[in-house]
Design a binder for this molecule. Structure first.
Ligand SMILES: *Cc1c(COP(=O)(O)O)cnc(C)c1O
Length: 485
């Protein structure tokens, strides 16, 4: 029986349904599976030709007991989640022409055109499925650096057992991303534009943590989150690593490298776990922009909070990669007391220095790079000029990191994750290509349509955010639930 425990050791083991519906573990830690499933090369060979959704079914089945979700229900949930994707392959791979053995994994064909769709399409449907079965309701709250918000809002819109409060740092995401949230008309979607976020999206995470800590409030409005604190995101995101591997290798067992633009480490936590499960990845490249928190953690062993910079790859302008704690748990023999000690130390002092042995344990198989804004723009231009392919700024950070590290990476095949469609970042694309208007390749019909729609949004100053949310979320809950009595 697969169970889930807190990576900081509190509470009791729970089943998948509880882990998914609660978001955070009861002691404030992150849920992790009590045991990581192992996958043999024989198994990988059998999965070789599976379509994305069928592969997802196999991998998720390792974490989900049939008594929690039946085979029929899981297949239906997956089919419903990925049918709205624009490409039948769901996440196609593009083989570069100008650079040998580099494949771009295109994670941006979901309805809100970023990689967040890949995890959230399934997770939001799963939350809704559990709630309907129990006849319960939840208020979801998420903070976004630009892409989690649109995806959460899109998949939650119109779902009768859910409402979503979507917080974004006003001015620090693009207008295109903002409109993806504010132009939804459904009454269960509440976009909140927050001004004066000095630490960007991290400020919002802090407010959410405070709301969670307010037990009376949390229980009243049935608070939960689908940020990548939620195990469901990480679990679903393991699938694209397996899929990409199976698509590009000639022989199963051959080692390849992958490069991932990283912020909160939710995507690469899943990649790291996929490797621990048996996926033959030699090196993962952690690609940071100038907000190089992960770069420092993995190269120097220091986890510390630094001032934030605004960059062209704004979705990874993150100072606190909280999913690192989840990954670290599996690198220290699942010793929750260590994770508790370090995460408390970080909360108190804003800094942790890891000992040499721990650093060696978690950094094995990872390379890192911190890519400048200029270099990001250059790579967009280079790739466009040489092969008429438009990378978004985050994909460009990942590819630039590969160039920086090419001597160490050697000549193994490489998969570079492209996490957003360039249409979300028109100004960056114009700056990179030095043009005044963007060609059709850089546009997307959903973004064009959102430009014509009316906006609905709460604007709140960060200073008052917590009290305002307490008040509005309470009122919304009363309105929806007490009037039925
Ligand atoms: C969220 C996001 C990332 C970073 O993913 P993490 O899981 O936070 O590391 C990268 N690129 C884009 C476009 C994103 O939206």
């Amino acid at each position: 029986m697969m169970q889930f425990v807190s990576n900081t050791g509190g509470g009791i083991p729970v089943d998948l349904e509880t882990a998914i519906l609660d978001g955070f573990a009861s002691d404030g830690g992150l849920y992790v599976p009590s045991e990581l499933p192992k996958i043999s090369l024989e198994q990988l060979k059998k999965w070789r030709d599976l379509a994305y959704v069928d592969l997802a079914f196999e991998i998720l089945s390792l974490f989900i007991n049939r008594s929690v979700i039946s085979e029929f229900e899981l297949k239906k949930l997956l089919k419903d989640a990925y049918t709205p994707f624009e490409k039948p392959e769901v996440i196609p791979l593009y083989k570069m022409e100008s650079q040998k053995d580099i494949h771009i994994m295109e994670l941006f064909y979901g309805p809100t055109i970023s990689f967040k769709d890949v995890g959230l399409a399934f997770l939001v449907n799963l939350v809704d499925f559990f709630l309907k079965r129990k006849n319960e309701f939840k208020s979801l709250i998420v903070a976004t650096t630009g892409d989690t918000g649109p995806a959460t809002a899109y998949f939650t819109a119109g779902k009768s057992n859910l409402s979503a409060w979507v917080l974004y740092p006003k001015g620090l995401i693009t207008e295109e991303q903002e409109r993806q949230m504010t132009t939804l008309t459904h009454s269960n979607i509440h976009p909140v534009g927050v001004s004066n976020c000095l630490d960007g999206g991290d400020d919002l995470d802090l407010v959410i943590a405070n709301l969670y800590a307010n037990i009376q409030f949390k229980e009243k409005v049935h608070l939960s989150s689908v940020n990548s604190i939620n195990w469901g995101r990480v679990m679903m995101q393991t699938v694209h690593y397996f899929y990409g591997y199976l698509k590009v290798v000639e022989t199963i067992g051959e080692e390849i490298n992958m490069s991932v633009p990283s912020g909160a480490f939710g995507n690469l936590c899943a990649g790291g776990l996929a490797r621990k499960m048996g996926l033959p990845i030699d090196k993962y490249v952690i690609a940071n922009n100038t907000n190089a928190c992960l770069h420092r953690i993995f190269s120097e062993g220091v986890f510390s909070k630094q001032p934030i910079f605004e960059t062209p790859s704004s979705a990874i302008d993150i100072l606190i990669p909280y999913n690192f704690w989840r990954f670290l748990y599996f690198c220290v023999d699942e010793d929750a007391t260590k994770i508790k000690k370090w995460s408390d130390e970080f909360k108190t002092f804003g800094k942790v220095e890891f000992d040499k042995e721990t650093l060696a344990a978690y950094s094995e198989g990872f390379l890192t790079a911190s890519i400048s804004d200029e270099r990001t723009l250059e790579v967009i231009k280079e790739v466009y000029t040489t092969e008429n392919y438009l990378l978004d700024p985050h994909g460009a950070v990942a590819l630039a990191a590969v160039h920086d590290l090419k001597d160490i990476l050697g000549d193994k095949k490489l998969v570079c994750l492209a996490t957003a469609h360039p249409a979300k970042f028109p100004q960056v694309m114009k700056d990179a290509l030095q043009v005044k208007t963007i060609s059709e390749k850089g546009k997307h019909p959903s973004i064009e349509k959102a430009k014509t729609l009316r906006e609905k949004v709460y604007l709140i100053d960060c200073y008052h955010l917590e009290e305002e949310l307490l008040c509005r979320m309470n009122a919304d809950w009363d309105l929806k639930h007490n009037t039925h009595n």
